[in-house]
Design a protein around this ligand. Sequence first.
Ligand code: NAD
Length: 487
Amino acid sequence: MSREQLAVQQARKSFLTGRSRPLAFRVQQLKNLLRFISERRRDISDAVKRDVGKSEHATELFETLGLEGEIKLAIDRMAEWAAPRPVEKTLVTLSDEVYIQPEPLGVVLIIGAWNYPWAVTLQPLVGAIAAGNAAVIKPSEVSSHSSQVMENLLPQYLDKDLYPVVAGGVLETQELLKQRFDHIFYTGSSTVGKLVMEAAADHLTPVTLELGGKSPCYIDNNCDLTVACRRITWGKFVNCGQTCIAPDYILCEPSIQSRVVGEIKKSIKALSTRAIEAQIYHTRQDPRCRLCKEAPETVQHITEFYTDNPKTFADYGRIINQQHYKRIMTLMEGSTVAVGGDSDESQCYIAPTVLKDVKVESKVMKEEIFGPLLPIVTVSGVDEAIQFINGREKPLVVYVFSHNSKLIKRVIAETSSGAFLANDCLVHFTVSSLPFGGVGNSGMGCYHGQHGFDQLSHMRSCLIKRLNMEGVNSMRYPPHTAKKLSW
Ligand code: NAD
């Protein structure tokens, strides 16, 4: 029996003991997960640094902070989420108990992606544990250091039979996909998402697919371009553009294109300069130096910030591997570089890059970029922008920057996407009350907060009648007469 088969069999056997069901057990496991993050913070950030070159603070901000928030929320609210949910009754069920009882699905397979290897792998696990399931966790082999830390250390904190970590690549994932699961939660590309769904069909297993796509960002003329471009610069270039919900490309009128380019250029420099200020506060022992107070051990990291060059800027990071580096560099071909464009293959470094006057038929507009290239496609106005968006696959996010609330509402009404954000980037990911997920080619199903709990539960319809009051039921027994129907 293969390692994958064994892990699934063991998880199923453990689930069938009923061990994962009591709320007290679920809370305990989630507390253990919290303890894992807090005690192993350094192992986690070292692994992410080796995988994508991200700084310790960036890892905390983009990986563990949200995860810890989700775990605490689930611990606080689980009893409420798991409780029977009474529903409206009909005339004939007035004296019955009628409710929805969320119940665990069974064994869930969680397949994670590499770009935020902790957040996208362990956040679904929070929902799985909270809902009382067993879960087989398959981190991405591409973020190999994170995957290894997860495989080695997580079983020291969680019930290792109920929540095994199976590290491995494509072959191991394919072996896992042959097994029978009660739900598959996949994060990754749309191409592999289709393979996952195909494999799931063999066992009629439901799937959640958290995929990607090209999220458009329309900048209206009526807009504070300085603020808009700062927020877009942050949302696009964080993690080197390797963020599923990053704005993929900009749509704007030709009249503001050069100002957009200029503001993004300024923002790239300003975001680095702010890190320099942090360094100055630190070396002057200025009381404003938050880092001195909160984390004196980060001194070495701060000195790395002393630069306005993204290549040496600790928060910028690197492209995950040579294969993705080459893919992204090829996407630049045939387009005009307006900002950045420089690269270093030996370090998998690509500068934050803006491409202007990009043609719709160019390479960079044919696939999700998933890297630090930001193409600008000019359109005649919001009508053409809406047409442009609707002429393509449904994206994970539609972004609009505008002072005009009517225009914002119009784009919501006339387009479709997993989420919609006006005047900011990425932050919807942090709102646990919003369902996070895609639609159409960007995915199906959702999670975060109660949505994750609901997604990994079966909503069981329950109706409990008593055996008395039989007279009420006489109308449904034959003979079926007109008189009974008119009652
Ligand atoms: P990846 O290469 O890490 O693949 C994701 C998972 O699929 C891995 O665990 C991998 O082992 C598995 N896999 C790869 N090829 C497979 C195959 N042939 N058969 C079975 N399993 C296979 O990650 P990726 O796909 O490069 O991730 C990037 C994509 O993920 C982007 O499109 C991005 O937008 C999307 N993404 C989406 C979200 C979201 O929440 N919607 C989050 C992160 C990433």
